[in-house]
Design a protein around this ligand. Structure first.
Ligand code: PEP
Length: 246
C-alpha cells in the first residue's frame, strides 16, 4: 500500500510563511514514493488551493462542522472545504477532543460529513498517559474507533485512521516502533471485523515523528504513514520524513 505522510500545521502560518514553505516542499516532488498532504488553518485554504493545484502535494483541513449548513456561527462545512480543493480533513484530533470537548459521537459524525462531501477524513484516536499507565490503551482506541465504525458502516474502508498517543504529541516522546505497531495491529483487526476492504485503510502514526525516528516507525507492518505536527513546519524535516516513506 502506498504510504501517506500528512503535515498538520495546527494554528501556525501566515501568507508569507506558507508561500515559502510550499515552495520548498514542491522543489522535488518527483522523488516522492508516497502520497503527501498538508492540513492548513481554514483561512489559508484558498491560498493553498491556488498554489497546490496541479501539484503532487494534496490539501487538507484540520476540522469541519458536524452540521451541513445554517445558523452555526464560526463553523466551516464540508461542502465549503470541498470548494477549496480539500482532499483530506483531520477529525477528532486530541487537541479538539481535549480543548473543545469533542465526543466520540461528534467525531464519528464529522467523519460522516466529510465522507458525504467526498473528503477523506483522517480520524485520530489515541490514549492519554494516564490511560496508558492504567493499561487502558486498547480499550480507549477501540472505543474511539467503534463510534466511527458504527456511524459509517461499510464506508469505513474510505477513511484514513491515525493512531496518536496523546502523551507523544508535541512532547518529543514517541511510541517505540513495537508499541505503535501493536496498537496499529489491534486497530487493523477491528477494521477487518467491520469491512472486508479494511486492508486498504491507511493507518498513520502520529506523535513526535521526526527525521530521526520515521524510518523505524514506517518499517512496521501496519504503519502506513505519518501525521506530523511540529516537524511539518520545517521543509527539510518534513521532506526527510517523506523520503523515509516508501
Ligand atoms: C499532531 O499534531 O498530530 C502531531 C503528531 O504533532 P507532533 O508531531 O508535533 O507531535
Amino acid at each position: 500500500m502506498k504510504k501517506l505522510i500528512v503535515g498538520n500545521w495546527k494554528m501556525n502560518g501566515s501568507l508569507d510563511a506558507n508561500t515559502a514553505l510550499v515552495a520548498a516542499l514542491l522543489q522535488d516532488t518527483q522523488a516522492w514514493a508516497c502520497d503527501v498532504a498538508v492540513c492548513a488553518p481554514a483561512p489559508y485554504l484558498a491560498q493553498l488551493h491556488t498554489s497546490l493545484t496541479g501539484s503532487r502535494l494534496d490539501l487538507g483541513a484540520q476540522d469541519l462542522s458536524v452540521h451541513e449548513s445554517g445558523a452555526y456561527t464560526g463553523e466551516v462545512s464540508a461542502a465549503m472545504l470541498k470548494e477549496f480543493g480539500v482532499r483530506y480533513c483531520i477529525v477528532g484530533h486530541s487537541e479538539r477532543r481535549q480543548y473543545h470537548q469533542e465526543s466520540d459521537t461528534t467525531v464519528a459524525l464529522k467523519a460522516q460529513r466529510a465522507l458525504a462531501a467526498g473528503i477523506t477524513p483522517i480520524v485520530c484516536v489515541g490514549e492519554t498517559l494516564a490511560q496508558r499507565e492504567a493499561g487502558q490503551t486498547e480499550e480507549v482506541v477501540k472505543r474511539q474507533l467503534a463510534a466511527v465504525v458504527h456511524a459509517n458502516g461499510h464506508c469505513i474502508s474510505e477513511i484514513v485512521l491515525a493512531y496518536e498517543p496523546v502523551w507523544a504529541i508535541g512532547t518529543g516522546k514517541t511510541a517505540s516502533p513495537e508499541e505503535a505497531q501493536h496498537v496499529h495491529h489491534v486497530l487493523r483487526a477491528q477494521l477487518q471485523a467491520a469491512s472486508q476492504h479494511a486492508d486498504r485503510v491507511r493507518i498513520l502514526y502520529g506523535g513526535s515523528m521526526n527525521a530521526g525516528n520515521a524510518q523505524a516507525l514506517l518499517a512496521q507492518a501496519d504503519i502506513d504513514g505519518g501525521l506530523i505536527g511540529g516537524a511539518a513546519l520545517q521543509a527539510a524535516a518534513f521532506l526527510s520524513i517523506v523520503a523515509a516513506a516508501h
